[in-house]
Design a protein around this ligand. Structure first.
Ligand code: SAH
Length: 388
């Protein structure tokens, strides 16, 4: 990794407009140092974080590419990202952190629109069809899913469109039409219509195979995710006898990786599609000692605590907004020997650790993992143990 003026690596032509990468222009080693310093400072009350686990290759690490589609005033079709703080689209041809194959699929789609007379959606007027394209690629399996987010369930000459797309990109294994007909800044609508293939892709993490639907959360950096989960497993100190909770479990990844080493896993997740995937994933991997519940993790934990249930280890991996008091106070009542907190929001992590530290838990180890090179974001794994 070189410094500022090295064109190959750290100069991104969209850096100022896109706003996605806050650490553009900083060499990778310096980025890691910055994150380490930041984590040390933020978490100083709980001890000293371990040295950050950086990426071997910090470029093109994202397995998911999202592009918003629109037109310029002159009528040119553009696809990319919103200019930071606005609704003006920055046309992006190449991004240095996103998967290259997925990006080329998006460029192909942009090129096909005119001949298929597919209009891009206009946010102001509500006219037009194509709003977003989302491409996800399983790095381990090579399976590729293209999701076309349309304002209507009808894509004229859809079969020919899919054919044309697949001709350029035979690597695409499934194409899904997602219907988003609301005036919203959310990318995906609720309805998925499979145009080609299975309607999902699979990927492999830590020896388990996972089905990923368009709507399900899946970590964007699978290489570092394996290292993250490995750390989480180490911190859980599993012996084979434990009853384990995987809270905010998504498609069940952490729980399934843990399942082989424990007696029983209970997963809880809010997103219905993710829970569906999780249940199928358990079958796919022939894991029988795992059960998934759909619902708010806080409420689920409250009801477990009220029923006098216990757990030996709790994994928790909440969204950036962190956990809530219902959840945390119930964890304390469930009295696990160890809590493994996986966090993508260090501020809310610090807040939640404070609560747990005041209520009988001690932070023992903290491991930063860089999942998001060139951005300011940092992932953390924390081990908490119950005080005697
Ligand atoms: N552990 C998973 C997912 C982590 S992302 C993985 O590593 O892949 C956080 C997950 O929390 C998302 O799947 C999101 O849908 C879910 N979530 C958000 N709010 C929730 C809540 N209140 N209760 C349960 N799950 C929630």
């Amino acid at each position: 990794m070189e410094t500022k003026n090295n064109k190959n690596i750290t100069t991104c032509p969209y850096a100022k407009k896109c706003g996605g990468c806050q650490y553009q222009g900083i060499d990778y080693a310096a980025q890691l140092k910055k994150k380490q310093k930041e984590m040390n400072k933020l978490l100083k009350d709980f001890g000293k974080p371990e040295p950050i686990i950086g990426m071997k290759d910090p470029l093109h690490y994202r397995n998911k590419v999202h592009a918003v589609f629109g037109r310029t005033r002159k009528g040119e079709i553009v696809s990319g990202t919103y200019e930071a703080g606005t609704h003006k689209i920055v046309n992006i041809d190449e991004c240095m952190i996103e998967d290259e194959i997925s990006q080329s699929i998006i460029r192909t789609i942009r090129g096909l629109l005119r001949s298929f007379k597919i209009r891009t959606y206009d946010e102001d007027t509500g006219y037009g069809l194509l709003r977003h394209v989302l491409v996800r690629r399983g790095f381990a399996t090579g399976q590729v899913m293209a999701v076309l987010v349309l304002s209507s369930p009808i894509l004229p000459s859809k079969n020919n469109f899919v054919k044309a797309l697949r001709k350029e990109h035979p690597e695409i294994t499934t194409v899904v039409l997602n219907v988003n007909d609301k005036k919203t800044s959310m990318v995906l609508g609720e309805r998925d219509i499979v145009l080609y293939g299975k309607g999902y892709i699979e990927d492999i993490l830590c020896g388990c195979t996972f089905r990923i639907s368009p709507q399900s959360f899946y970590q964007v950096n699978p290489v570092q995710t394996e290292r993250l989960y490995q750390t989480a497993m180490d911190y859980a100190e599993l012996t084979g006898k434990e009853r384990v909770i995987d809270a905010y479990c998504g498609i069940g990844t952490i729980g399934m990786v843990a399942a082989k080493k424990v007696r029983e896993v209970i997963g809880v997740e809010l997103n219905r599609n993710a829970v569906k995937d999780a249940r199928i994933n358990a079958k796919l991997n022939q894991i029988k000692n795992i059960a998934f519940y759909e619902g708010d993790a806080g409420r689920f934990m409250v009801s477990m605590a009220e029923e006098g249930e216990k757990a030996d280890v709790v994994f928790m991996d909440p969204p950036r907004s962190g956990s809530d008091e219902a959840f945390l106070s119930s964890v304390i009542r469930l009295a696990p020997k160890r809590i493994v907190y996986v966090s993508c929001g260090p501020d809310t992590l610090a807040r939640d650790l404070k609560y747990l530290a005041r209520n009988g838990y001690q932070v023992r180890k903290m491991q930063p993992v860089d999942m998001f090179g060139f951005t300011e974001h940092c992932e953390m794994v924390v081990q908490l143990v119950k005080k005697r």
